[in-house]
Design a protein around this ligand. Structure first.
Ligand code: MLT
Ligand code: MN
Ligand code: ZN
Length: 305
């Protein structure tokens, strides 16, 4: 199984267009310790030729240009990506669908019922696409039943409902329902290797921990270093947890959660917010991660399992 990180940043990307925080300023100025990152998306393939897209970010055109696996081959039109799986209905995970409208046939789009509801009501993007390529909506089972999205049918995909948050525009924003956000376990039956992917994760409950422990590689929420990161910078009044993200540092934080996993499991943080000090490769925070055996995803990262 192959996983390609198309975008490793959280919503807004890195740098974020209107942000003048220390990180965004440094990366704009070309400081060597910082790398640009586009918004949250990965692609998954069994053999490296046909791919399934997980999340469609606003930066999707740039991401496809940077990844030859998506380029058309053979006919006059085409794409290496054969279907789209959505882990939630957030803007940073869905806006790229607009850019995929030129497809000559409906896009298979796998999403849970609550996500489908958000994407046909609060943000009716799936209805709009009916006027272009069309959508072949595939219900993503949130109860753990395996599913097999186009492009990677030989892999067994399973969704796990997560405690995170529906988008601000969603009627479920204040009262989450199961399926607003899911984590994905993707298993290759040929090698028995599996990855657990959850870019938005507010809490590592028993079910999440079991899914993480059963994986060979976890790619999990790396949004914020501290729970009050946006508050202390004066950028927001909300804590990380309030918007569906478990911070890395502090008691019960992601570093502690990952430390509970068996040593052989590869640990990767993904969906990194531009304010997060770990984006400075020379920071003490980044050194803490490295010492704990935790990697920070970057655009173009490839994981072979
Ligand atoms: C999130 O992950 O919390 C959201 O994607 C934030 C956003 O809408 O940019
Ligand atoms: Mn996000
Ligand atoms: Zn910033």
């Amino acid at each position: 199984m192959k996983i390609r990180v198309l975008g490793a940043a959280a919503g807004g990307g890195f740098p974020q267009w209107n942000c003048n925080c220390r990180n965004c300023r440094a990366v704009r100025e070309g400081h060597a310790a910082y790398q640009r990152r586009t918004q949250s998306s990965i692609a998954v393939s069994a053999e490296g030729a046909r791919w399934t897209l997980v999340n469609a970010s606003p930066d999707i055109l740039q991401q496809f240009q940077a990844f030859a696996g998506t380029w058309p081959t053979g006919g006059l039109r085409g794409c290496g990506i054969e279907s789209v799986v959505l882990v939630d209905a957030q803007i940073d995970h869905t806006t790229g669908l607009y850019m995929l409208r030129e497809k000559g046939s409906p896009w298979p789009i796998w999403c849970t019922d609550p996500v489908y509801e958000d994407l046909t009501r609060g943000n009716p993007i799936l209805h709009l696409l009916e006027h272009y390529c069309g959508v072949d909506r595939r219900p993503l089972p949130a109860g753990g039943e395996p599913f097999h999205p186009e492009g990677s049918e030989s892999l067994d995909w399973q969704a796990l409902p997560l405690l995170s948050a529906a988008p601000p525009y969603s009627p479920h924003r204040g009262n989450p329902v199961p399926g607003d956000n899911v984590g994905l376990t993707i298993r290759d039956p040929a090698t028995r290797r599996r990855v657990f992917y959850a870019p938005g994760l507010a809490e590592v409950d028993d079910a999440v921990f079991s899914a993480m422990r059963a994986a060979d590689c976890v790619m999990v929420d790396g949004t914020f270093w501290t729970d009050d990161e946006m508050i202390s910078l004066g950028l927001s009044t909300k804590r990380a947890r309030d918007i569906g993200h478990l911070a890395q540092s502090g008691p019960g934080g992601m570093i502690e959660q990952l430390a509970r996993l068996p040593r052989h499991i590869r640990r990767v943080l993904i969906h990194i917010n531009n304010t997060n000090p770990i984006l400075d490769e020379g920071s003490t925070e980044r050194a803490i991660l490295t010492a704990a055996g935790i990697e920070v995803a970057y655009d173009g990262m490839e994981i072979d399992l």
